[in-house]
Every structure is written in structure tokens, then in C-alpha cells.
Design a protein around this ligand. Structure first.
Ligand code: NCD
Length: 339
């Protein structure tokens, strides 16, 4: 179906299509702060709906009118913030932002800030923070649905969800059994890893991590992954190569000799990618730091690079999530005591 020509629809065929795809299914969660909350049924519901939304890329749906979304990004963001914002707008939600240099920097607590914006009776609050655990704490104290857009070194659930969709679409399978996913880079500081590894285990993938020992968490084995200190060994036979940025703002530069030396040993080059399976794809959550985590020879539009597809899937997954959450706002507000 070509949905690109119309720019506004109401309860037309497209809405009916979404309702049919969804059936009687509901998400099992109201807030999303960790991939561990997501069940197999949630996953198939989200992916079915996201794939349907993907058919109507530029449509402005009118069904979430009257629901507002606060983008509370207490740490900088490009794609996560813009895609959550655009996704909400394309569902006819109103959005506004509170940014990192506001009340938190003046000394207000996260809880007071969240409860302040929650008092607008918004439906959804998207939260990103430098510290771990903020979204989960907020979820316990807010009436609105809280969605974690990245908390410190901990988790980034919607990133993992969009990555999972990208992988399943490429594999053309229902799970990733028998597939090898190699995650390369700054694992210890990565909330992307925190969510992705949980999802990949759920999807039955074999997960390999390749990094200098200093960029791995102490008890990495508890995630059920195989550890490699030589990236070439990890890449042999890989189906998915997932590169991570060296997160300097979290002190990562103190864990490696120099970025140049890191890149020489772990940066994904053409030659290294060629060690993976022929139809393997390269993924990255962005931002890509050229010639450090991914070499320039592998452009964003290289046939093996699915980095921009990940971004596109981010819109679809976030629309699906917001649509399904918004539905649960009707008469199903959380009961809590605001102290
Ligand atoms: C990541 C993040 O901020 O957690 N990016 C993203 O959200 N797409 C990864 C990173 O910053 O390296």
C-alpha cells in the first residue's frame, strides 16, 4: 500500500488496518523502563503494529488527539528525542520538552520535576537521564505512562526493540535461533547493550561480545554471552555485527590507550566485516563516530549497513508503542498516592 501521498487521514482504511492487525491484544505493561518487562506476546504485538505503521510512513493519524507527551531529556539526544517527538505528532499527540539545563541543574530532584510535569495530566512522559534508575523511579510516582529513553549505563528499551525488529526483518524469521550477533565496543558504559542483550536472549540468539577487557563489565558472563578480546575471532560466522560508540562522556577514554589504538584493534572496517557471513549486516545505535567505531570505508548507505534502517524502524516502533500505551490511558490510570 502506498501511504506516502496523503498527509492526513481520520478513521479511514489505514486505521482499520491497524485495528485488524492488533486484534484484541493489549500490552502487558503501562510504563516501559526495562526490556525485562516485555513478554513474547508484547513483542509480537509491537512488531505487528510497527510493521503496519511502517506502511504509512508520512501519515498523520488523528486518533491520539487530546493526549500529550512530555519529552524530558535530561541528557542530550538527537534521534531518540526527535523520533519520539515526531512519532507522537504523527499520532496527533501534543508534545513539549523540558531539557537538561532546567530545574535539575538548579537542584530540583528528578521526582519533583517529574511530578511537576505529571500535574499537567499528560498521557506520556519520555525520560532520558545520565543516571540509572530514573525512569523506573518515576514510573512508581507518576500518573502518566513513563517510557525510558535511556537511563545512565543501564537500559534503553526502545533502542533494543527497534534493533530487534531490524534483525528479525533481515533474518525473515520469528526469532534469532541459530543466529550469531556480535556486539563490539564499549560494553561497560552502554545502556544500549543493557537492553539489547536481554532482548537477544529472549529471541534465542547466540551473543558474542568483543571488546578490550577494560570495556567489559566484571560479571559479563551472567548475561550468557561469549567474550572475545580479539574482534576477528568474534566476527567469524557472524550474522549481525553491532558496533557501539566509545562513550567518552562516561569516562571511557580512561579505559583505552588512545581512540586511534582502540580503532585499530576494534573499529569495524571493510576487511573485518568481510569475516562475517556474506549476508551479515552492520548495525549501530548512533551516533557513529567515523574512523573510531566504524571506518569511513563503510558508508551509511553501504549495502551491508542497516544503520539508517534502524532509525526508520525507530519511528515505527515508537509509534506502535505510543499508540498502544495511549489506548491503555483510557480509564486505566494507575492508582498511586502522590506524596
Ligand atoms: C545511544 C544512547 O544515547 O544511548 N544512542 C541512541 O540513543 N540512539 C548510544 C550512544 O550514545 O552511543
Amino acid at each position: 500500500m502506498d501511504g506516502t501521498k496523503k498527509d492526513f487521514i481520520s478513521l479511514g482504511a489505514e486505521h482499520s488496518h491497524l485495528l485488524t492487525v492488533r486484534g484484541k491484544r493489549d500490552l502487558s505493561f503501562f510504563d516501559l523502563y526495562s526490556v525485562s518487562q516485555v513478554t513474547h506476546s508484547d513483542l509480537s504485538l509491537l512488531y505487528d503494529v510497527a510493521r503496519a505503521f511502517r506502511e504509512y510512513k508520512t501519515y498523520k493519524f488523528s486518533f491520539n488527539k487530546g493526549i500529550s507527551q512530555i519529552n524530558a531529556f535530561f541528557e542530550a539526544s538527537t534521534r531518540t528525542m526527535s523520533s519520539f517527538d515526531l512519532a507522537a505528532k504523527q499520532l496527533s499527540m501534543d508534545t513539549t520538552s523540558v531539557s537538561g539545563n532546567s530545574s535539575i541543574q538548579k537542584g530540583e530532584s528528578y521526582l519533583d520535576t517529574v511530578q511537576t510535569v505529571d500535574s499537567y495530566n499528560v498521557g506520556v512522559i519520555i525520560i532520558r537521564s545520565k543516571e540509572s534508575g530514573v525512569a523506573e523511579m518515576a514510573a512508581r510516582h507518576a500518573q502518566a505512562s513513563i517510557v525510558n529513553a535511556g537511563d545512565g549505563w543501564h537500559e534503553h528499551p526502545t533502542q533494543a526493540l527497534l534493533d530487534g525488529l531490524t534483525m528479525l526483518d533481515h533474518a525473515k524469521t520469528k526469532d534469532l535461533k541459530g543466529k550469531i550477533v556480535v556486539i563490539v565496543g564499549d560494553i561497560v558504559h552502554s545502556r544500549v547493550f543493557g537492553s539489547l542483550v536481554r532482548l537477544l536472549k529472549m529471541l534465542k540468539a547466540e551473543v558474542r561480545v568483543a571488546a578490550p577487557q577494560t570495556l567489559l563489565p566484571k560479571h559479563i558472563e551472567k548475561f550468557g554471552v561469549k567474550t572475545y578480546y580479539v574482534v576477528e575471532e568474534a566476527l567469524a560466522g557472524a550474522d549481525f555485527v553491532y558496533a557501539l560508540r566509545v562513550q567518552g562522556e562516561r569516562g571511557a577514554n580512561g579505559f583505552i590507550p588512545t581512540l586511534r589504538e582502540y580503532s585499530k584493534m576494534f573499529g569495524i572496517s571493510r576487511k573485518r566485516l568481510d569475516l562475517a557471513n556474506k549476508d551479515a549486516i552492520l548495525m549501530h545505535p548512533g551516533p557513529v563516530i567515523r574512523d573510531i567505531d566504524v571506518h569511513s570505508a563503510l558508508s551509511a548507505v553501504d549495502h551491508q549497513s542497516h544503520i539508517l534502517r534502524q532509525v526508520e524502524n525507530g519511528m515505527a516502533v515508537r509509534k506502535a508503542l505510543l499508540w498502544l500505551i495511549a489506548d491503555r490511558l483510557d480509564g486505566k490510570k494507575k492508582t498511586f498516592s502522590r506524596k
